[in-house]
Design a binder for this molecule. Structure first.
Ligand code: GLU
Ligand code: MG
Length: 441
């Protein structure tokens, strides 16, 4: 939007946001008359935020800048959205840039944009959409008090959820919400965003969370996107993506397994082979691993399947009548603590590696891999994804594919943050992990 359009929409101030490597959304706010400057030269932020953990403590960054150095948070006005849920306010994502104005290698949004450009050099275009789950509740005298008691998808929750849902649907201009509903566990809700280009898809995921939190809080409740909030059912943040070449969806209409076209198959095979390292990006906190349990539709094995909700990579819509438009793959591991730009950028890096190497897929899996015997899983080359944050961090540390995609600096920052969080949370009880993370995402 232009400044004039924002002003005409009643905007008086803007919340400028980015998501850090630990998945926390950070914000600086400016009055409208400073927004033009924030979009040109940015507002300042210390370099050390590239090494911040979910607990607000810092790890030593690569190159150890210490207290020196500054970044510029440069607002992307084109992506700014007036917030209907907070009249007078706009929301805008920022790029983290170097002081001289150049791209900063630690910027997650810039990384994603680079991956989109890398795909374009191969004639590949990616469309993506996030599906967000969160829990609405508050801390009561008898523990966590949830907005609704279910049942899953229960219309009986309507009197309690309808105002919230309407506020969210209308909460941010330009936000394309396709569906919203009460989810499976008490207080849990979900929305699905429409498919669009990768950077916009991630912007919309961050904006949607901003809107959800604001609407909930203004109604006297709080919304949490933490991977686990109160029950054992987690909040996923699944990413759906499709792979296009010359305007044709490569995930259907071909001769490969499940009618994949060659580019779609090799892209997917690249993502499949990087799943252990990707886990550290999609599941970034110690809490994430309480969610990542078998048979919870959260994706914990190295496998893909057709419409199989226990497959970490689920091909969906590829066999239906509208397949050419809607066939897509859902990566189920990410949770609400994942940085969406990092997660989607890493998926594209892995997919392009598969594309370049013309990788082929193993057979799809149609059952819950948790129900297989250990022997059958091994025979089918299905392995359990990392079960702890430190295991995931080491898988990421040793991933040459993701290091090459992310660049050494960003890769180093993320690995350092993951290792730091693993260390900081070692020995912390599950109950304390849940309690201390509940209102941070
Ligand atoms: N709540 C599940 C998760 O933790 C996802 C359920 C679904 O597929 O919508 O990922
Ligand atoms: Mg769901």
């Amino acid at each position: 939007m232009t400044l004039e359009e924002l002003q005409a929409a009643g905007v008086r101030a803007a919340a400028l946001v980015f998501v850090d490597n630990a998945g926390i959304t950070r914000m600086k706010c400016v009055p409208l008359d400073r927004l033009a400057r924030a979009a040109e030269t940015g507002v300042g932020m210390s370099l050390v935020w590239g090494g911040v953990m979910g607990n607000d403590l810092f790890v030593t960054m690569p190159g150890d800048p210490g207290p020196s150095g500054d970044l510029r948070l440069v607002a992307d006005l084109g992506a700014a959205a007036p917030l209907t849920c907070a009249p007078g306010w706009a929301w805008a994502p920022v790029d983290q840039r170097e002081q001289g104005g150049g791209e900063w290698d630690g910027c997650q949004r810039t990384f994603l944009r680079r991956m989109v450009e890398r795909a374009a050099t191969r004639g590949i275009e990616i469309l993506a959409a996030w599906e967000l789950e969160w829990t609405v509740g508050r801390d009561g005298s008898e523990g966590f008090e949830a907005l609704h008691r279910g049942p899953g998808y229960g219309a009986v929750t309507f009197p309690r959820t309808s105002d919230l849902m309407l506020g969210i649907l209308e909460g941010g201009s330009g936000l394309e919400i396709e569906q919203i509903h009460p989810e499976y566990s008490p207080g849990q809700m979900e929305l699905s965003l429409g498919p669009t280009d990768p950077v916009r898809a991630c912007d919309h995921s961050v904006l949607a969370r901003h809107v959800v939190r604001t609407v909930a809080e203004r109604a006297g409740w709080s919304a949490s996107f933490a991977p686990i909030v109160a029950s054992t059912v987690g909040n996923g943040q699944h990413i759906h993506f499709s792979v296009w070449a010359e305007g044709v969806n490569q995930l259907t209409g071909g001769e490969g397994p499940a009618r994949l076209r060659p580019a779609g198959e090799s892209f997917l095979a690249g993502v499949l082979s990087a799943l252990p390292a990707l886990t550290a990006i999609g599941a970034p906190t110690a809490l994430s691993y309480l969610r990542l349990q078998p048979s919870h539709w959260a994706g914990v094995y190295t496998c893909w399947g057709v419409e199989n909700r226990e497959a970490t990579l689920r091909l969906e819509g590829a066999l239906g009548p509208d397949a050419a438009r809607s066939a897509n793959v859902e990566w189920k591991t990410p949770d609400g603590a994942a940085n969406p730009y990092l997660a989607l950028g890493a998926v594209i890096a892995a997919g392009l590696d598969g594309f370049d190497r013309r990788l082929r897929l193993p057979l799809p899996v149609s059952a819950d891999p948790a129900a297989f015997s250990e022997e059958d899983r091994r025979a089918a080359e299905i392995f359990r994804l990392p079960k702890t944050l430190s295991e995931a961090a080491e898988a990421l540390a040793s991933s040459a594919v993701l290091e090459a995609g992310m660049g050494g600096y960003l890769h180093d920052c993320v690995v350092s943050v993951r290792r730091g969080e693993a260390q900081a949370t070692a020995g912390v009880s599950e109950a304390d992990l849940i309690r201390t993370h509940r209102w941070r995402y």
